[in-house]
Design a protein around this ligand. Structure first.
Ligand SMILES: Nc1ncnc2c1ncn2[C@@H]1O[C@H](COP(=O)(O)OP(=O)(O)OP(=O)(O)O)[C@@H](O)[C@H]1O
Ligand SMILES: [Mg+2]
Length: 236
């Protein structure tokens, strides 16, 4: 039962959006998903209240230093995946959540290498490894990437980060209005109307490829079989 934490101490990097995309894809594949919502803006909890009976995803709000361990223990038996959405600021919760995680995902916005908050998380992970021998698998996912950005430009960013020993997912999360609308409408990308939401089919493909890639990485350790999903092309 993997715990996946989404962390970047810089606000607005796309953590909450990435959590919801992964959670709804996992649910679609038939997995039981619990989200620990530690983002003080509670966007996931608001989405949950909006969505009501339409989802099987469980959302636990008000996650604190004092409560996180108990909350993880309480949902372990009833969840196939636990996702943790952290605040976009330096918080003591970061180190604690990382300690319970099987994988840490670091969303970094776009190709501008606006990576300071991400670098802070990576430094903490490298420190834990060097000083305490605690090695937590982690990856960067590039978020809010313009659909016109070329594969070559993404490759350059990926190479720069891998030179620093950081793994970057092949699938970036593209800037799509559907990924914003999902919070307003509730439900999922599959309950939205393709005639009303622009590029909805491409948004679904992007979310599928993102989830499939994470599952492949996480399942390397857990031995589960990740579903084969057609890889989405980087540029739309
Ligand atoms: N791929 C995307 N396409 C379109 N809009 C996006 C995308 N990712 C994020 N956004 C928008 O960018 C804003 C910030 O995203 P989000 O809330 O996911 O970031 P965050 O890292 O969780 O922020 P915080 O640190 O404040 O919790 C939101 O308005 C969200 O709708
Ligand atoms: Mg957030």
């Amino acid at each position: 039962m993997p715990v996946i934490t989404f962390a970047n101490t810089k606000g607005g990097a796309g953590k909450t959006t990435a959590v919801l995309l992964l959670a709804t894809e996992l649910e679609r594949m038939g997995h039981r998903v619990t989200i620990l919502d530690a983002d003080p803006q509670y966007w996931i909890n608001r989405w949950f209240e909006h969505t009501g009976q339409r989802t099987t995803i469980k959302v636990i709000p008000y996650v604190t230093m004092a409560s996180i361990e108990r909350q993880i223990q309480e949902c372990r038996a009833t969840s196939d995946y636990i996702l943790i959405d952290l605040p976009g600021s330096r918080s003591p919760l970061l180190a604690k959540a990382i300690g319970y995680s099987n994988h840490v995902l670091i969303p970094i916005q776009g190709c501008a290498m606006d990576a300071q908050g991400g670098a802070h998380v990576i430094e903490l992970l490298q420190y834990l490894d060097a000083k305490a021998g605690i090695r937590i698998p982690h990856s960067v996912v590039l978020t809010r990437v313009n659909s016109m950005v070329t594969t070559r430009a993404l490759h350059i960013v990926k190479t720069l980060l891998s030179e620093r020993g950081v793994h970057v997912l092949n699938t970036p999360i593209i800037e799509r209005s559907a990924f914003r609308d999902i919070f307003d409408c509730g439900g999922t990308l599959y309950t939205m109307d393709p005639t009303r939401v622009s590029n909805l089919l491409k948004s679904r493909e992007n979310a599928q490829a993102f989830a499939a890639e994470i599952l492949r990485r996480v399942s390397q350790r857990f031995g589960a079989v990740a579903p084969e999903v057609e890889t989405v092309r980087t540029a739309a």
